[in-house]
Design a protein around this ligand. Structure first.
Ligand code: AMP
Ligand code: GLY
Length: 421
């Protein structure tokens, strides 16, 4: 098979790495890819959001399967475009990707179908939001821009001043653009967070092993929110009890709700959960693999990923047995000094071959490229994900930190407490 993967971060590197292990994968392309991905796939310089050019490429190269990694092309209707041309593609259509693309939509869906989530109020103007906050007067409270905002459209406000400033930021100054035209004001939940990703074929849902990420830039959850500074799998808190509860109240119910709304979901449905003292609740849905969750989940997968994607497209997911390794994985992100605010790019990276030939440690590239001399250099805020696998979390954590300094570049930094939550 000829396979095309769309995206160019650590998540797509992990997807390409896993697909490359399939005996069915003859040739893999990645658009746009990165320096690490280019060791396994042919990278093509097409932006992930240029959906017409992607479909043209797939037609021209007679691609048998396209896998969409990122959220933006999904919301732009990349799957609809491919399907209209008779091309096979893994991911939700635009009308189903809305489960991530609109917080107002997903909250209303959960309310309508009785799926447990935080209480909320929908507002469509700053005046309405402020009037509500003055009357409600309970803190902390959570403000969420309705649309996609690079994972940054969520503000947790500890008092009235922060909340009023937050409303201005989202709805008046439009810091997240059109994403802030509407907003959800949400009850603040406490508990342990866990990410449970699943494969869906429109009817059947099969969950993957659990994972957890660390969003703040610095140790002990200090500093600004980032795209994710590290992940580990499995979660320490998501036990058989929580899993049984989520199975009963959340996973299949969501897939059925989407069908009832005429928005059949095929692809990866990501459940961001909070394990509260009142039970498991949904914090958010994503309509794609998580980044950097994928970097710790796919190395634990024992089934051919091509078979799983094909089953999702064909609606035969109930027929395949997905197997996972009984081990643990940790991913620590090596980031550019200054991230997530401002940072320099173009620094040479040393030690990229440190784990060559090992199957218990790997490097997934997130922001790298080749410079004019063919040297791999930094090309983003999050540069690399260093992954270690071992029998359990404690061993995997020890291993990743014993080895991480073998790989470095100027001003690199990383968190020292990944997996210790
Ligand atoms: P979201 O994009 O909705 O997942 O929000 C990003 C992060 O904000 C989550 O991973 C949580 O850490 C936090 N968060 C979102 N909603 C809530 C809530 N209702 N209560 C507490 N924390 C929240
Ligand atoms: N790591 C969170 C996400 O991919 O949305």
């Amino acid at each position: 098979m000829k396979i095309l993967v769309v995206g160019g971060g650590g998540r797509e590197h992990a997807i390409v790495w896993k697909l490359a292990q399939s005996p069915k994968a003859e040739k893999i392309y990645c658009a746009p890819g990165n320096a690490g991905i280019s060791q396994l796939a042919e990278c093509v310089p097409i932006a992930a959001t240029d959906i017409k050019a992607l479909a043209d490429f797939a037609e021209e190269k007679k691609i048998d399967l396209t896998v969409i990694g990122m959220d933006d092309p999904l919301m732009l209707g990349v799957v609809d475009e491919f399907e209209s041309r008779g091309l096979r593609v893994f991911g939700p259509r635009k009308n189903a990707a809305l489960i991530e693309g609109s917080k107002v939509f997903s909250k209303n869906l959960m309310k309508k179908y009785g799926i447990p989530t935080a209480g909320y109020w929908e507002v469509d103007s700053a005046d309405q939001a402020k009037a509500f906050l003055k009357e409600h007067n309970t803190y902390p409270i959570v403000l969420k821009a309705d649309g996609l905002a690079l994972g940054k459209g969520v503000l947790i406000c500890n008092n009235e001043k922060e909340a009023m400033d937050g409303v201005d930021e989202i709805m008046v100054d439009k810091k997240f653009g059109q994403a802030g035209a509407k907003m959800v004001i949400e009850e603040f939940l406490t508990g342990d967070e866990v990410s449970v990703l699943s494969f869906c074929d429109g009817k059947t849902v099969k969950t993957m092993v659990s994972a957890q990420d660390h969003k703040r830039a610095f140790d002990h959850d200090q500093g600004l929110n980032t795209g994710g500074m590290g992940t580990f799998s499995p979660s320490r808190h998501y036990t058989a009890k929580e899993e049984a509860e989520a199975k009963e109240k959340i996973f299949q119910k969501t897939v059925d709700a989407m069908n009832a709304e005429g928005r059949t979901f095929k692809g990866v449905l990501y459940y961001g959960l909070m394990l509260t003292k009142d039970g498991v609740k949904v914090l958010e849905y994503n309509s794609r693999f998580g980044d950097p969750e994928t970097q710790v989940i796919l190395p634990r997968l024992d089934t051919d990923l091509v078979d799983i994607f094909e089953a999702c497209i064909d609606g035969t997911l109930d027929k395949i047995d997905i197997k996972w390794k009984d081990n643990a994985a940790v991913c620590v992100v090596l980031a550019s000094g200054g991230y997530p605010v401002s940072y320099k790019k173009g620094y040479p990276i040393s030690g990229l071959d440190a784990f060559d030939g090992r199957d218990d440690m790997m490097i997934f590239h997130a922001g790298t490229k080749f410079d004019e001399n063919g040297q791999i250099v930094t090309n983003g805020g999050r540069v690399l994900g260093i992954v270690a696998l071992d029998d359990d979390l404690d061993k995997a954590i020890k291993k990743v930190y014993a080895n991480i300094d073998k790989v470095t570049f100027k001003d690199a930094f990383y968190r020292h407490d990944i997996g210790m939550k």
